[in-house]
Design a binder for this molecule. Structure first.
Ligand SMILES: Cc1cc2nc3c(=O)[nH]c(=O)nc-3n(C[C@H](O)[C@H](O)[C@H](O)COP(=O)(O)OP(=O)(O)OC[C@H]3O[C@@H](n4cnc5c(N)ncnc54)[C@H](O)[C@@H]3O)c2cc1C
Length: 271
């Protein structure tokens, strides 16, 4: 969904969707890499449920630098959405980016408006697929983290998960500890593979981008996974998503890496 469609839905539904009593207050802001912060917002009532379902984003509304027009952008909470009282966002700063610059400038006790319900998100159903492949680039990790935690924290859900995350540098793997803990606690259920385009000397991760070879090595080619058994989720920068899922344009549409590996469009969901 593009930003204007999201904004239109938000404006049309603002009465129905305003969840957190207009504003939420920043409790803490912690840098997790050179350009990314973890922001924890308190809901007005500490017992208030997040009201979020797996998987969903929230819409943030702010007026950076006293502007007349609001800036409206979606972000994907990374906290345990079953716990009440707060919302945690992981926000990458884009130089010149309106909302990410504003969110990075917030100090504890500053407030923003947050709306749930738009964009609608992907409605996850436990055990609908025996295996999911989560392919993320950079800040596109947030919906993958929400989904991974949601699946593994539900004792009824037996879905296996393979995560492939492409980042620029080793320091951009900011959820490494959280993912390591999940790998340890759910052996055989969850596996994470990191691909680094500019690795540090001595990095343990493969150098490069998420391509056919990396996915093949991660066990995600058609020969490794039953064709209809895997649901693939993709979230990353536009160039990465294009390479994975193909591109329309002038002339013949280009098929992407996932099609080459044997996945059908119905198996692929782009966050
Ligand atoms: C459903 C959904 C969930 C999202 N969840 C998150 C999240 O959890 N964390 C997060 O950090 N972001 C997330 N985003 C992206 C976020 O909504 C904003 O688009 C992003 O923060 C940039 O907004 P901005 O106002 O700072 O930049 P803008 O003012 O919109 O853009 C300014 C410039 O920044 C650059 N830029 C903006 N976005 C990107 C991009 N995605 N890739 C490369 N360059 C870009 C471009 O050069 C652009 O011209 C999500 C997006 C969607 C659609």
């Amino acid at each position: 969904m593009n930003i204007s469609a999201i904004a239109a839905t938000a404006v049309a539904g603002v009465g129905a969707y305003t969840l957190y009593s207009r504003s939420v207050r920043l409790e803490s802001a912690e840098p997790v890499s050179h350009d990314t912060k973890r922001l924890r917002f308190a809901l007005p009532d500490p017992d208030q449920p997040t009201g979020l379902s797996l998987t969903s984003a929230v819409l943030t509304i702010s007026w950076p630098n006293g502007s007349w027009l609001p800036t409206i952008r979606p972000y994907t909470p990374i906290n345990d959405i079953s716990k009440p009282g707060f919302i945690e966002l992981l926000v990458k700063h884009y130089p010149g980016g309106k909302q990410s610059t504003h969110l990075h400038s917030l100090k504890p006790n500053d407030s923003i408006i947050m709306i749930r319900g738009v964009p609608p998100g992907y409605r996850w159903t436990a055990n609908q697929h025996p295996h999911v492949a989560l392919i993320a680039g950079g800040a596109g990790i947030t919906p993958m983290y929400q989904l991974t935690r949601g699946i593994l924290n539900n004792p009824e859900d037996k879905t296996n998960i393979t995560l492939v995350w492409g980042v620029n540098s080793d320091t951009d793997i900011f959820l490494r500890e959280e993912f390591s803990a999940l790998e340890k606690n759910f052996p055989g259920r969850f596996r994470a593979v990191y691909v680094v385009s500019n690795p540090e000397p001595g990095s343990l991760h493969p150098k490069g981008y998420v391509d056919e070879q990396i996915l093949d090595k991660a066990g995600l080619s058609g020969k490794d996974v039953g064709k209809n058994d895997t649901k693939v989720f993709v979230c990353g920068p536009p160039a990465m998503e294009k390479a994975l899922t193909g591109a329309k344009g002038f002339g013949k549409p280009k098929s992407g890496i996932l099609a080459e590996l044997g996945y059908t469009p119905a198996q692929i969901h782009k966050f």
